[in-house]
Structure formats: C-alpha cells, structure tokens
Design a protein around this ligand. Structure first.
Ligand code: PLP
Length: 380
C-alpha cells in the first residue's frame, strides 16, 4: 500500500453508474433519461458521473443551481442541462450564454430570465416547473395563468424558447399512493392549459427514480432519476432492480493494538473489553461523515470479514474489535464503512439505524474524505 493512498476516501465506480443508467433506460421504454446530478451528483462527483451517465445513454442532465450547471459546461459537457432551483437574482445571463435550460417556478423568476435575455440579446431556454401537489418548488396553481400569459408573450417575441414542462411527485416511493394519480391528473391538466395559451412544450417529464422503476405509465417523454443512478433503490419494498451501489466509503487501518480485559474503549468507555482482545483504529469519524449515532451499532468489512465497531464514534476516529485477529488485519489495510461489493455493509443499513434515507447517508462523507474513481465509463 503506497503512502499516497488516502486515509479515508470514497471510491465511485463509474461502471456501476453506467450499469445503473442502462437499467433505467430499459425501465424508461421510449422515454429519454435525464440523469440528476445535483448536489455534486449526490456527493459522487457531478462531472465524472455526468460523463459516465451520458456515455451510457442518458441524454440530459439535471441540477439544482446555475452554478452546478456551469460547472458541467466548464468541464466540456455539451448535453442539455436543466437547472431548476434559483432565486431571481441568480446569474441567468451566464446560464443563457452557456445554453443552460432554466427551470422557472414563478412570474418573478420568469421576469428575471426575461431581463437577462433582453440584456444579452440571446434567447433563454425555459422549462416550466409546475406544482401539482408537492407544494415546494414549482408554479402554484394561483399564479399559473399569469406565468403562462407572460411566457406566451416572451415566446412570441423570441425572447424565450419554451422547452419543457415538468413536475415532481410527493409519494413516488409508495407506488400505489393515490396522491400520485392526483398529481398526474393535475400535470396533464397543466399541459392542456398551456396549450390553451398557445404554448406547446417540446417535452414533458414527471418521474423520479421511484416512479421510473415502479410506474412506467408516468414516463411521459423523459424520466428524471437521481438516487437510482447511484445504485440505491428508492422503494425499499421492491427488489433492488439489479442496481449496483456506486459509492464505497473506506478508510485505512491506522493502528492495531491489544486491549486487556476490563479496559474501556473510546470516550465514556461505553464498551468494556469482556476479555483480552485486539482492536483496530479506523481514522474516520463524524467530521468525515460517520454519524456519531452509529457508535457501537455498525460493522466494518476488512478483507472478507466483518468487525464490530466498539465504543463511541469520535470526530476523527472509531475503533473495531478484531478479537484474536485470525485474519491478521494490519495497519494500512482497508476497512469498508459501506460499499457496493457483495458482502459490504450497505448505505441502507446505516439509514435504517439512523432513521433516515440512504440519500442522506451517501451525501454525508465530507471534509477530509478524498474522492476517487474506478471503472472506465465516460473517462475522457
Ligand atoms: C432530486 C430530484 C429528482 C431525482 O429524485 P430521485 O428520488 O433521487 O430519483 C428528480 N426531480 C427533481 C425535481 C428533483 O429535485
């Protein structure tokens, strides 16, 4: 093991990303796939994941902010990119110059886009985000007629190209929930209302990962999966659809030592050695994204064996019990916190223990954690 290996790292398998995108394409049928790479691709690296997803057949990328979209353009990605959550003072001029598709959720947003388009002399590519019941982002029902009237005027003037309409589901992880159908009906109605205003979107889309995998009837012209691109199943009670987790979170053993019976380990001595044993120190703690609440409740994989974490998770480190260390774990060995290989601890297990979702678990590694990549998909 060379000294250049990071102490604590995430390794993102780009071939797993490509594999997952191919599975999603199969579920999408005739619909296109927009890979959602917001939040630095759910902490997997937006540029690398974006390239791998496009190489595997996704045709568009989705992000939250204009800055995220510009980062992808700066890396040379030319595919359509939609940015859907910005304040009215966002740099719409930069988005227009870079050919970013701008998601609009209010008259105020649309007016800001209009100002930028007029100032730059280039037309803006606009997508309407309509609120069909999530009551979060998206044009509200009350404001919708006003937005359509303004949009119609801007399209007629050539200030705006009207690209698409989309909405986001509140209950997609419960495939039979009646609110899904309510939202679908409202979405279809919103499309019809736009047509009544003379506005015909080039495409419409609704489905996130869960809907892509469980509700093929909601695929419309494009699906918009995020978490499943990273190999995590958004609907716990369906099979995992053969998705492969792309992220492995691992650290290198920093120290192996003996602890005598009756000695306590880590702050507060919550674990007392029941007999003489060997422990390994893992240089990953809550500052690196290992929740402190997991202390004493997880196991790490070293080689082909699992070792229980003992005592509290600290800011920088945690300890695992090697027992009599039959597999001769040594300083420098890699310990997997969670990962994608068969037998690895799974992000879902951490999520269950923390009463959260695996989305939050893969977004957790940070700070000192160095991100690396394996696999060839999309590498240029
Ligand atoms: C995050 C997000 C998605 C992707 O959701 P997943 O559950 O990760 O598939 C799709 N659309 C919108 C608007 C989002 O915010």
């Amino acid at each position: 093991m060379s000294s250049a290996d990071p102490q604590v790292e995430t390794v993102v398998d780009l071939d797993a990303i490509a594999h997952n995108v191919r599975i999603l394409r199969a579920h999408a049928g005739d619909a296109a796939v927009m890979a959602v790479v917001k939040a630095d691709a759910y902490n997997h690296g937006a540029v690398q994941v974006g390239r791998a997803a496009l190489a595997a057949g996704a045709t568009e990328l989705g992000v939250t902010t204009i800055d995220e979209a510009l980062e992808l353009r700066a890396a040379g990605i030319t595919a359509p990119i939609l940015s859907w959550l910005n304040t009215s003072d966002a740099d719409y001029a930069a988005a227009i110059a870079a050919g970013i598709e701008i998601g609009v959720s209010s008259t105020a947003h649309l007016r800001a886009v209009e100002r930028a388009a007029r100032a730059t002399g280039a037309s803006a590519i606009v997508t309407l985000k309509v609120d069909t019941g999530l009551n979060r982002n998206g044009v509200s029902a009350g404001e919708y007629p006003e937005v359509l009237t303004l949009l119609g005027r801007l399209v007629a003037e050539g200030v705006v190209r009207f690209r698409a309409m989309f909405s986001h589901l509140a209950h997609a992880d419960q495939p039979r929930h009646p609110v899904i159908d309510v939202q679908r009906d409202r979405f279809v109605e919103a499309i019809a209302t736009a047509k009544d205003h003379g506005l015909q979107p080039e495409l419409v889309h609704l489905a996130n990962s869960a809907a892509t995998l469980t509700r093929p009837d909601l695929a419309f012209d494009m699906v918009r999966p995020g978490i499943s691109v990273y190999g995590l199943n958004p609907v716990p009670d369906i099979s995992d659809a053969d998705l492969r987790p792309a992220m492995t979170f691992r650290a290198r053993v920093a120290l192996v030592k003996r602890v005598a019976q009756g000695e306590g380990v880590s702050y507060g001595h919550e674990w007392i050695a029941p007999h003489d044993t060997t422990v390994a120190l893992i240089p990953a703690g809550y500052a690196d994204g290992v929740p402190r609440g997991l202390g004493g409740r997880i196991a790490l994989r070293i080689g082909d064996a699992d070792y229980p974490n003992i005592g509290r998770v600290c800011m920088d480190q945690l300890v695992v019990d090697l027992g009599e260390n039959p597999h001769r774990v040594r300083e420098g060995d890699r310990a997997v916190l969670f990962g994608g290989a068969p037998g690895d601890p799974h992000a879902q297990q951490w999520a269950d223990l923390m009463h959260t979702i695996h989305y939050e678990i893969v977004c957790s590694p940070r700070g000192r954690v160095v991100r690396g990549y394996s696999g060839q998909a999309g590498v240029v």
